[in-house]
Design a protein around this ligand. Structure first.
Ligand code: FES
Length: 168
């Protein structure tokens, strides 16, 4: 499920030019709602509320239909996400190797919990199910970078590394 019910989404000012270009690209294609929403998320990193109204108007669908899609598919996010998405696997193999202690250490160091984003939009943290590399348990990922045989002691170094990386 996505991360916020529609009624609590903040209104926000964003540049809709990119969203309009994405809609233009798919406007005449059948079944264009999903590719439009995927394009918007790729562009903005999430689905900003003003883009929902724009898509509804330009594709002639009800906003409620769009919210239905956005809340059904876990791939869509209704709130801004961090530049660096930290995922710690809590699947069975990682769990028995101490994944929860690693999760707790990230919580302590980042001061955010599961599915939360740091105020500076640098980090989002997520506990996730099996990442498919159980032989490397316990496993963590930061975006596409994989950290196998994770330990509590490695957490601080990983955070320090990604804290120094550019945000652009
Ligand atoms: S259980 Fe963690 S990678 Fe499979």
């Amino acid at each position: 499920m996505s991360d916020a019910p529609a009624e609590v989404l903040p209104t926000e000012e964003i540049d809709l030019a990119a969203a309009n270009q994405i809609i233009d690209k798919f406007l005449t294609l059948p079944g264009n709602l999903m590719p439009v929403l995927q394009g918007i998320q790729d562009e903005y990193g999430y689905i900003p509320r003003p883009t929902i109204d724009l898509v509804a108007e330009r594709l002639n669908v009800y906003p409620s239909q769009i919210y239905g899609v956005l809340t059904f598919y876990a791939q869509f996010h209704l709130k801004p996400r961090g530049k660096f998405i930290i995922r710690v696997c809590v699947g069975t193999a990682c769990h028995v190797q101490g994944a929860e202690r690693i999760v707790d250490t990230f919580f302590d160091k980042l001061h955010i919990g599961h599915a939360e984003t740091s105020p500076d939009l640098r980090f989002t943290f997520e506990k996730v199910a099996c990442l498919g590399a159980c032989g490397m348990a316990p496993l963590a990922m930061v975006n596409d970078d994989t950290f196998g045989k994770m330990t509590v002691q490695k957490v601080e170094g990983i955070i320090a590394d990604y804290s120094q990386r550019p945000m652009k």
